[in-house]
Design a protein around this ligand. Structure first.
Ligand code: 8YV
Length: 332
């Protein structure tokens, strides 16, 4: 009988990650397509001590079906799907995957800014549908977009990913950087000549507003109609955090009415969005299927880091990436 801890893996992981886990744990692998459904997952947890997953709500319902669970490792930096109080009450460790995805997500945010400002999807379709060839859009103005370089970026959330975005925007595109954050970041102010702003001032002054906060009770629906009303009519709103940080109906109205110029969205509420989502009717919205960290190299790094976190937690070692709200649990 193996004395290796029993682990359930609820989504496909690269073979080298599975091989690593199998060296240290007795693994049960979800063998369907995509990730295990909620019901399938709940049916599999009664004996497991560790869970490797993304996005699955870790709440009382699940924890009550997993009496032996000691650690949950999410393959994501966001952990809003962790019910921290429920996990803390049961002494369950929660870990996540910071650092390894910062640059990949920041690249994608710049791609969204450029795509929205220069109308890349709209004009790509224009060429591919033969409209250019048929002589439509003869005047320059038909193709005009907006500059990104030297404009003002308003960053809501100056964490690890925010810092990587700032590097690109300030050092790469010569942008002026305003930021709003729970706490001041003097080091970032030094490195990027960044100016801390209260939210309303940031919204008034920015040409590009980028939402890059974690999803918490404080950031849920943080940006609403009254916030979009403060923005410039030439401004762009970019969201690569979580869809729940924004009032989507208010964003749609702001885009449709022209009170802001455009948007770039990598996240929605819920995901995937309804097929008849009103955003899809607007030419001035770039939409992506939550691909912020979706490169093969980064997703491998994330999965391997999550596996190492889980093995360390199950072997009683101090895993490096325990979510901060549960850290004191371990230090006790
Ligand atoms: C994950 C993300 O791939 O890391 C995060 O928080 O949003 C993405 O990198 C996504 O959460 C998977 O569901």
């Amino acid at each position: 009988k193996s004395n290796k801890p029993k682990v359930y893996i609820s989504k496909p992981v690269p073979p080298e990650v599975l091989a690593y886990l199998q060296e240290h744990c007795e693994c049960r692998m979800w063998d369907g397509q995509g990730t295990a459904s909620r019901q399938q997952l709940l049916a599999e947890l009664s004996e497991v001590e560790g869970l490797l997953m993304t996005g699955v709500p870790i709440n009382e319902e699940l924890l009550d079906r997993a009496p032996k669970l000691r650690a949950v490792s999410t393959i994501s930096v966001g952990y809003n799907h962790f019910d921290i109080e429920a996990m803390r009450a049961r002494g369950v460790i929660g870990t996540h995957t910071p650092y390894v995805l910062d640059d990949t997500v920041a690249d994608l945010v710049l791609a969204l800014m450029l795509s929205a400002a220069r109308r890349i999807p709209e004009l790509d379709a224009f060429v591919k549908q033969g409209r250019w060839q048929r002589g439509q859009g003869l005047t320059d103005e038909d193709f005009f977009g907006f500059d990104v370089h030297h404009r003002t970026l308003g960053l809501i959330g100056m964490g690890r990913i925010g810092d990587a975005i700032a590097q690109r925007a300030v050092h790469g595109f010569g942008m002026q950087l305003l930021y709003h954050n729970r706490s001041r970041k003097p080091e970032a102010e030094e490195r990027f000549q960044a100016v801390y702003c209260e939210l309303d001032e940031l919204l008034r002054r920015s040409d590009f507003v980028v939402m890059m906060t974690p999803l918490t009770p404080e950031t849920t629906r943080m940006i609403r109609r009254e916030h979009f009303d403060l923005m410039k009519p030439t401004a762009f709103f970019i969201n690569a955090s979580r869809g729940q940080t924004v009032d989507e109906a208010a964003l749609f109205d702001a885009l449709q009415s022209g009170s802001i110029r455009g948007a770039g969205l990598d996240v929605f509420d819920p995901e995937p969005p309804r097929p008849d989502h009103p955003f899809f009717t607007l030419p001035n919205v770039v939409t992506l299927p939550h691909i912020g960290s979706a490169t093969a190299a980064t997703r491998l790094d994330m999965a391997m880091l999550a596996a190492r976190n889980l093995v360390a937690a199950l072997h009683g070692e101090q895993p490096p990436n325990i979510v901060p709200e549960l850290l004191e649990q371990i230090e006790r």
